[in-house]
Design a binder for this molecule. Structure first.
Ligand code: NAD
Ligand code: UDP
Length: 338
């Protein structure tokens, strides 16, 4: 297939491009580099052995987005492009609505105008908020707790409305749990700008000496050891799910919404210990009060993805830590020094 990958130079998009290229798809990446580096394109070329077709486009620019789709001959679009920082979304909600919802609207309109009818969309477990029970199934109530989550929910609904009115339009909505890790080459990985909001990149930066200690947000949660429990999923497993989702859309002709997680809950301290084992480095930490808006325990029921996509996660927490550390130790300053 000829595939447009919006947000293709970002963390999950770049890993997905590797898998798609390995499966013989023809790719065009589009990104505005608002949260990624052009160095990613060189790294992708080094991994795949072929030049990367790239268009610098901001999806907020309607005309440029239409131009991107028009005459591109795309069989499908993968849509990763979004702002994703929960805290920032609370400070600047309108920017999140404009970028995520506005950009998606332009993309859907441009797809419709160009007659491109197959979409795989990056949603998030954040749409479940604080779930009543774990593991979380796809039919759990949706109740978002911050503007970022609201953009994901609205985008899912926009896509659902389009599918309902255009029978030829197929969408695979993928609700990611907590993506971590990196490609085994160590050439691409997660490179947050500023202090990381998420646990794994923070652990990596402590281990590599960029930050002195980890703050563990709360030791009094009703969990196995008092720290928060999440479903960490290796980004390469996640990437593979996108290729499987495309195949499922082609094969079955029907859309779907599925969780992408391992089904295993892992606590903050369990992840810290696994990382110390994998890296051989200490990760000193302090127990500090809970972070506002956090929840105790979220992990997926991944059965539907297995049933509909034939996909399930294969890489365990040790592999996630090993590969995150390889990336971090080979690129202590991320792509900045690349
Ligand atoms: P990322 O920031 O690394 O990648 C997103 C890419 O989109 C970046 O390269 C950014 O420059 C680009 N982008 C943003 N707005 C754009 C615009 N208006 N026009 C063009 N390009 C634009 O993030 P990621 O971790 O790879 O996440 C990919 C997707 O998965 C996002 O939609 C995110 O909300 C979703 N998601 C991520 C996580 C996570 O923990 N990483 C969890 C659940 C869902
Ligand atoms: N966390 C932490 N210290 C950090 C970042 C995160 O203790 O510096 C905890 C957080 O409270 C949660 C878990 O790690 O229990 C995962 O947090 P992350 O932000 O990575 O994912 P999310 O909360 O969005 O699922």
């Amino acid at each position: 297939m000829r595939i447009l990958v919006c947000g293709g130079s970002g963390y999950i998009g770049s890993h997905t491009c590797v898998v798609l290229a390995e499966r013989g798809h023809d790719l065009v990446l589009a990104d505005n580099f608002s949260n990624s580096s052009p160095v990613v394109l060189e790294r992708l070329q080094a991994i795949t052995g072929a030049p990367v077709a790239f268009r610098q486009v901001d999806l907020r620019d309607r005309a440029a987005t239409f131009d991107l789709l028009a005459g591109g001959g795309f069989d499908a679009v993968l849509h990763f492009a979004a702002l994703k920082a929960v805290g920032e979304s609370c400070e600047r909600p309108l920017d999140y609505f404009e970028n995520n919802i506005g950009g998606t609207l332009h993309l859907l309109q441009a797809m419709q105008a160009a007659g491109v009818k197959r979409l795989v969309f990056s949603s998030s477990a954040t749409v479940y908020g604080d779930p009543d029970r774990v593991p979380v199934r796809e039919d759990a109530p949706l109740r978002v707790t911050n503007p970022y989550g609201r953009t994901k929910l609205v985008m899912e609904q926009l896509i659902g409305d389009l599918v309902a009115t255009d029978p030829g339009f197929q969408a695979g909505v993928l609700r990611y749990f907590n993506p971590v890790g990196a490609h085994s080459s160590g050439l691409i990985g997660e490179d947050p700008s500023g202090p990381p909001n998420n646990l794994m990149p923070y652990i990596c930066q402590v281990a590599v000496g960029r930050r002195p200690r980890l703050n563990v947000f709360g030791g009094d949660w009703p969990t196995v050891d008092g720290t928060g429990v999440r479903d960490y999923i290796h980004v390469v497993d996640l990437a593979r799910a996108h290729a499987d989702a495309l195949d499922a859309l082609v094969r079955d002709g029907r859309g779907f919404t599925v969780n992408l997680g391992t089904g295993q809950g892992v606590s903050v301290l369990q992840l810290v210990q696994a990382f110390e084992r994998a890296s051989g480095r200490p990760v000193p930490y302090d127990l500090v009060p809970r972070r506002a808006g956090d929840v105790a325990e979220v992990y997926a029921d991944p059965a539907l993805a297995q049933q509909l996509l034939g996909w399930r996660a294969q890489l365990d927490v040790d592999a996630m830590c090993r590969d995150a550390w390889r990336w971090q130790s080979m690129n202590p300053e991320g792509y900045g020094a690349g």
